[in-house]
Design a protein around this ligand. Structure first.
Ligand code: DP6
Length: 409
């Protein structure tokens, strides 16, 4: 009877408020600037991965959302994550057998793996699935291999899968320190504050329909590195100061400062995309209209009540304090009405609205200029997700995505 060695774990999505854009080393995935992100609750957005190691497996195989990825398995970034974790496992095995004198150490580092990974959100929605996916892979491997290493150590491995993945190793508020060493040994994620630090801070994600597939972040950022002079200014003169200011705004729970920095940094990232030659456009008309609505809302409120940010795609992520969330959902629903089905549009996990028919029909905030933008065609925003700040990766005991034979259930 061959013993099963298997672990299942979940990992969260993170969305940056100081953006990572540009690499100084594309092999090791070393960034040209530091960044800061917030980790979202896994209740609504997560990757889940089961990894089994067995001497009976003939090769390492990977299934993503139920489909075997025959080509992806040889992907260099994936191979880097396997190599680094196996190396640590081998060191650990040697230590156990040689230094501590334990017999029969299981040589997991030599076994092939079956890996099954699923997301509970549509991968096509462009919601940082590579970040949660690679963080989950590396974390689950570290648990399977029982590696005696910290989350920061693991972040250096996840970074080699996808840069932003290093920040998903932690919950709460996270920085990725760019580091300066050539070998990348100081380019790592650190937690600024845990998930319960600022419970009033919540998140709305507006999923925007976008038929065409845009430039990937990996390609886009290197094109910006090669051609944009604005990016050089950003790296040298803007981000270092913003890293300090953003960290302080988070530690002090100063939403006004946090919101201003978040919006400015998103704007500058997209300005760098426009400054790329040929230019890259990630925002579409709906994204820009959301910016107008939020700007008018903040103007008429006399303070920042909402902060938008956009990654390498048109979806809007809005950070706001809990008390202002219903007002913002009403605003978005008014200008970007759903198709008939209000339940799919906004599932209202926190039960904010007693009657969903009222979505978009409640009074606008005082003095709000109703004509700031026209009402958009139905379904321009497909869905609004409401979530909060969450924890880092966790092991799921008694759960498995693999059947007895080691194939997806
Ligand atoms: C705009 O981490 O996807 O989301 O390192 O090439 O895999 P690679 O890129 P990736 O880039 C993320 C860019 C961003 C900003 C951010 O998350 O900081």
């Amino acid at each position: 009877m061959v013993q099963t060695h298997e672990k299942t774990a979940t990992s969260p999505v993170n969305i940056a408020v100081i953006k990572y854009w540009g690499k100084r080393d594309t092999e090791l995935i070393l960034p040209s600037n530091s960044s800061i992100s917030i980790t979202f609750s896994k209740e609504h957005l997560q990757s889940k991965t089961t990894i089994r190691a067995s001497p009976l497996f003939e090769k390492t195989r990977l299934w993503l959302n139920g489909i075997e990825e025959i080509n992806v398995i040889n992907n260099k970034r994936l191979q880097n994550c396997f190599r680094e974790t196996k190396l640590l496992r081998k060191e650990y095995e040697d230590k156990l057998s040689k230094e501590i004198g334990i017999d029969n150490v299981i040589p997991l580092s030599t076994y092939h793996l079956h890996i099954c990974s699923v997301n509970n959100f549509p991968t096509a929605a462009g919601l940082a699935s590579s970040a949660s996916g690679f963080a989950c892979l590396v974390y689950t491997l570290s648990q399977l291999y029982e590696l005696p290493v910290s989350a920061t150590e693991l972040s250096k491995i996840a970074r080699q899968g996808s840069g932003s993945a290093c920040r998903s190793l932690f919950g709460g508020f996270v920085s990725w320190q760019m580091g300066s060493k050539q070998d990348g040994s100081d380019s790592q994620a650190l937690q600024i504050a845990s998930s319960d630090h600022w419970p009033e801070l919540e998140v709305l994600i507006c999923i925007i329909s976008d038929a065409k597939k845009g430039t990937s972040s990996t390609e886009g950022m290197q094109s910006t590195v090669k051609t944009s002079t604005l990016l050089q200014h950003r790296i040298n003169n803007v981000v270092p100061e913003r890293m300090k200011l953003m960290t302080n705004s988070i530690l002090r729970k100063d939403f006004n400062k946090f919101a201003e920095l978040t919006m400015k940094d998103s704007n500058q990232f997209h300005a760098c995309c426009l400054d790329t030659f040929p230019p890259i456009f990630y925002l579409n008309d709906t994204s820009r209209a959301i910016i107008s609505v939020i700007t008018e809302y903040n103007d008429k409120s006399g303070e920042y009540k909402a902060a938008y940010t956009f990654d390498a795609g048109p979806n809007a992520v809005i950070y706001a304090l809990k008390r202002n969330i219903p007002e913002i959902i009403n605003l978005i629903s008014k200008y970007f009405p759903p198709n008939q089905d209000n339940q799919t549009f906004f599932s209202d996990p926190s039960k904010l609205f007693s009657d969903k028919k009222k979505l978009g029909k409640l009074p606008l905030p005082a003095n709000f200029n109703e004509n700031i933008i026209p009402v958009f065609p139905n379904d321009s925003v497909k869905q609004i997700l409401h979530t909060c700040v969450g924890n880092g990766p966790r092991v799921k005991k008694d759960e498995s995505l693999l059947n007895a034979a080691g194939f997806p259930k």
